[in-house]
Design a binder for this molecule. Sequence first.
Ligand code: ATP
Ligand code: MG
Length: 514
Amino acid sequence: MVMNVEMWGAVWSALASLVFLWPMLQNHVPAGLRHWLTAMADKLASHLSPYLHITISEYGDHRFRRSDFFLAVEAYLSHACARRARRLKADLGRDARSVQVSVDDHQEVTDSFRGATLWWYPSSKSNKSSVISFYPGEDERRLYRLVFHRRHRDLVLDGYLPHVLAEGRAVTVRNRQRRLFTNNASTSWNPYRRGKGVWSHVPFEHPASFDTLAMDPGDKDAIVDDLVAFRDGKDYYARVGKPWKRGYLLYGPPGTGKSTMIAAMANFLDYDVYDLELTAVKNNTELRKLYIETTGKSIIVIEDIDCSIDLTGKRKKSSGDNKASDGGGEGSDDKPKLPTEADKDDGGSKVTLSGLLNFIDGLWSACGGERIIIFTTNHKEKLDPALIRRGRMDVHIEMSYCGFEAFKVLASNYLGVEQHELLGDIRRLLEEADMSPADVAENLMPMSERKKRDPDACLAGLVEALNMAKEEAQANKAAKEKEEMKAKEQATTNGEDEGKDKRTSEDNKANGDI
Ligand SMILES: Nc1ncnc2c1ncn2[C@@H]1O[C@H](COP(=O)(O)OP(=O)(O)OP(=O)(O)O)[C@@H](O)[C@H]1O
Ligand SMILES: [Mg+2]
């Protein structure tokens, strides 16, 4: 049936009288009927309204991960529509060089595209999901509502939304200020913490680079090649069926440049850094949640993994032997246990080795892609072999005491010195004394006015420090040898005494004594 103008008029007047009478009527209408009428009125209104709505919610269909499209919309609105919004906010842009203006939170924005006008309404709704959340404020989820005339439906779906996605992504890349995240910060501490995020962040501003990193040039080149192969390896990883991630274990004595290496890697790859403090993670579920909330193009770091939590101890104690079976430790000692009273009270981390192994290469670790995981330790030998086997920690990098090649990098960076008469002495002393690059660098810092004018003084100071380190090392070695000798002598004396006792008791037995 085709509705003519008269029929439309009748519908409108009926609707108008209903709208007019509704406030008077609704108190006399039974609740069931009232709800039905309200729903029908909504339906009718949305039918008759010439405007369409599209909702883009923060988490889309995912429970845990923010929708990429939502993030693109957010970036697009912040940038492309900033000039049209009435309320703006300003901040320093990438590398703090320019001012960046964007749309303030909760601001409506009007946009136009190929002659069509579109309206964006940001809002939020509470999440009524049955999933119990660990994080305060997590039950509120943000969304954007896009409103446009229905005659622009095709234009919006086929032209505008793809345009928003592409522009939003480009803006994100352009404005990307790299960030250093931590999971160990309270809401009050961090002004950058937004809503429900489990990570807090500050801008990442570490100046280290592979040029300033002192280590053997061959090793350095090998690491750079490995990073490049990883960064460009999306297709390769897909082809061989491996998640696009790579693990690095950095080990060595304190002050040998492990943390500096991480910063250099992040700067080289242009990745964010997630500094994961394991002791602040309540349990394996929270660990997984933290992983899922990390974004691609990032380095996840666990520093001093051997000191973080008692991962090796737990496994060995509860399994009753020292066998570190591979395969994730699942099913052996990590079966779910009811928390004891002590567990409830200690408030410490209940992350298990099994949880950590799953974090690195369980099924969830594949989500998102393009992540590097780095562990650092001063004591590689203390780590469970399953934790650092290839596939989990693919590359093991030893950061050792300063060698001559590494020293040359420091001398050039700190003093601009390439040639010097003391270099021969320094080469010999570096072979004889163990000195970390951190200590060498400290000696090369021209802190005083005298040294500033005179790199010779810095190098002479270093030679002195190396001589002292050498003497100290020799004294330590001598003391150790003496101690070992003493222990050996003691053992021999004890052995002789035991032999004597044994012989006496055998003589006694032969004599019939008890
Ligand atoms: N290989 C290196 N190249 C350049 N600088 C270095 C190197 N190693 C150490 N340094 C200097 O020493 C300082 C300490 O180094 P860093 O924190 O990277 O050591 P680390 O190996 O992480 O030590 P720890 O095991 O105690 O965490 C750095 O700020 C850096 O200036
Ligand atoms: Mg460190």
